[in-house]
Design a binder for this molecule. Structure first.
Ligand code: ATP
Ligand code: MG
Ligand code: MG
Ligand code: MG
Length: 439
């Protein structure tokens, strides 16, 4: 992509309304635009990151055995009346009426709808376990929408729902999602710590929040330093091996970790003082087991091996990809801008032509652009006529992992400079070696 043709509305000034660094940097680097209270458009640069995050989430959901569907955003109130949640949900739910004056709502979550799908088709234990997920916009009329896409009213959520014949099966489904989340957050370059969490309005008795530590996080959290060194399960993890998966969950739930609602002072006292991390955290994911909470009132049951009917035991598993993008920036930036982890970077390389219009520089950059493209590298080519200083500032702000810098002196010597955005390390190499360096 040539920057001269790319829709990248960079802001020179710090937007006043942005209280935290991720919100500031997302607005400044032209990733998002605010459209209303808690409502944002994703511009090309932001959309690329969001798509990369969603792709990783999908791959890890699929690997763990979940299947993707897509449910509507607008739901009928009837399902929620059936589950008993229509009144309980309160003001966070956006309630709408259609032209026939039917009560509708913009979904804040999808337990009811997915339970309705399930009960319409699945009648036997032989069709279990089943886990269905989608990535869809949600609406919650938050009391205090703030911090940009971190707490917005319309936001993207990956929500998965598991169905099993009994508690044992549901527990295994919960464990698979737990491990899938460990892999997902590690792959987007984050260290997310699973913490025992309150089950809140969804109810149930088993729940973990996945928390990224950051000073600007809204929750106070308490955890053992050991989490920082726990190995993340590899791509070869066998999700069909219940005992193996359970072992991973045990390892990741043994050190102390709790959000403030679940914090237990006595247990905390037992953690050696030097190992205690009392910090702020951002909730990027949340998994629940809630058993028959919806299957019972909504009559979702299957015939078991005993020939009897059983209400299915369910769980739900959420990740907020839009919040996660902001959380990644909170955890990975410096005073000059964003530092994207390679796995979610909108482009791999910023190719900087220090003297656009100079025939030799243009030719060298065009050749590099083609060679990098042919090697499968995503390049944002700064071919604009801005001053070099401005180009460097833009490249640092948008935070692509690598910068390839081409100027008249380098070209004369047949060389380019390669800079690592994270470490600041620079390396000079022959122009002819650049594509192979990244390909
Ligand atoms: P919070 O405690 O921050 O209000 P929640 O507990 O209400 O979040 P869940 O119902 O657990 O959220 O939803 C699953 C995930 O959806 C959350 O872990 C978070 O990543 C994301 N999410 C929830 N609310 C928002 C929001 N207002 N804006 C962006 N993402 C959100
Ligand atoms: Mg909430
Ligand atoms: Mg919460
Ligand atoms: Mg939650």
């Amino acid at each position: 992509m040539r920057l001269s043709r790319y829709f990248l509305p960079i802001l020179k000034e710090n937007p006043r309304e942005a209280e935290i660094v991720s919100h500031r940097l997302m607005l400044r680097s032209g990733m998002i635009r605010q459209q209303g209270q808690g409502s944002f458009s994703w511009l090309p640069m932001g959309k690329r990151v969001l798509d990369k995050v969603c792709k990783i989430i999908r791959e890890e959901q699929d690997r763990a055995g979940a299947q993707e569907i897509l449910m509507p955003t607008i739901q009928s109130a009837d399902l929620w009346i059936e589950s008993g949640r229509y009144n309980d949900y309160g003001k966070e739910m956006l309630r709408i009426r259609d032209r026939q004056d039917r009560a509708m709502l913009y979904g804040p979550t999808n337990e009811e709808m997915v339970t309705d799908i399930f009960r319409s088709y699945v009648k036997s234990y032989k069709d279990l376990p089943l886990n269905l997920y989608h990535i869809q916009w949600k609406y919650r009329d938050e009391v205090r929408p703030r911090f940009g896409v971190m707490r917005s009213r319309e936001f993207l959520m990956k929500d998965a729902y598991s169905f099993d014949i009994d508690y044992e099966g549901a527990r295994a489904a919960y464990n698979r999602m737990f491990v899938s989340y460990l892999r997902t957050f590690a792959r987007v370059g984050m260290q997310a710590i699973p913490m025992r969490a309150d089950t809140g309005p969804i109810g149930g008795d088993l729940s973990h929040e996945f928390i990224i530590l950051a000073d600007t996080g809204e929750s106070a959290v308490f955890c053992h330093r050991d989490f920082l060194d726990l190995p993340v399960p590899g791509a070869d993890t066998d999700f069909a091996d219940d005992a193996g998966i359970d072992g991973i969950v045990k390892a990741w739930t043994t050190p102390y970790a709790a959000t403030d609602e679940m914090h237990d002072e006595n247990a905390w006292e037992e953690v050696p003082e030097g190992d205690r991390m009392a910090a702020r955290g951002i909730e990027v994911g949340h998994i629940f087991h809630f058993g028959e909470k919806y299957s019972k009132p909504m009559n979702a049951k299957v015939t078991g091996p005993d020939g009897k009917e059983h209400f299915v035991s369910m769980g739900s598993y959420g990740i907020g990809p839009s919040r996660l993008v902001a959380a990644i920036i909170e955890a990975s930036h410096d005073e000059n801008g964003i530092i994207w982890p390679e796995s979610v970077a909108p482009f791999d390389v910023a190719l900087i032509n220090m003297k656009a219009g100079d025939a030799d520089c243009d030719r060298a950059c065009d050749e590099l652009y083609d060679a990098l493209g042919a090697a499968g590298v995503d390049v944002l080519y700064d071919d604009t006529d801005q001053r070099p200083g401005g180009k460097f500032a833009t490249a640092d702000l948008i935070g692509l992992p690598w910068q390839v810098i081409v100027g008249p002196r380098g070209v004369a010597a047949g060389e380019a400079e390669v800079k690592n955005r994270k470490t600041g390390e620079r390396e000079t190499m022959p122009l002819s070696a650049v594509a192979a360096r990244f390909g």
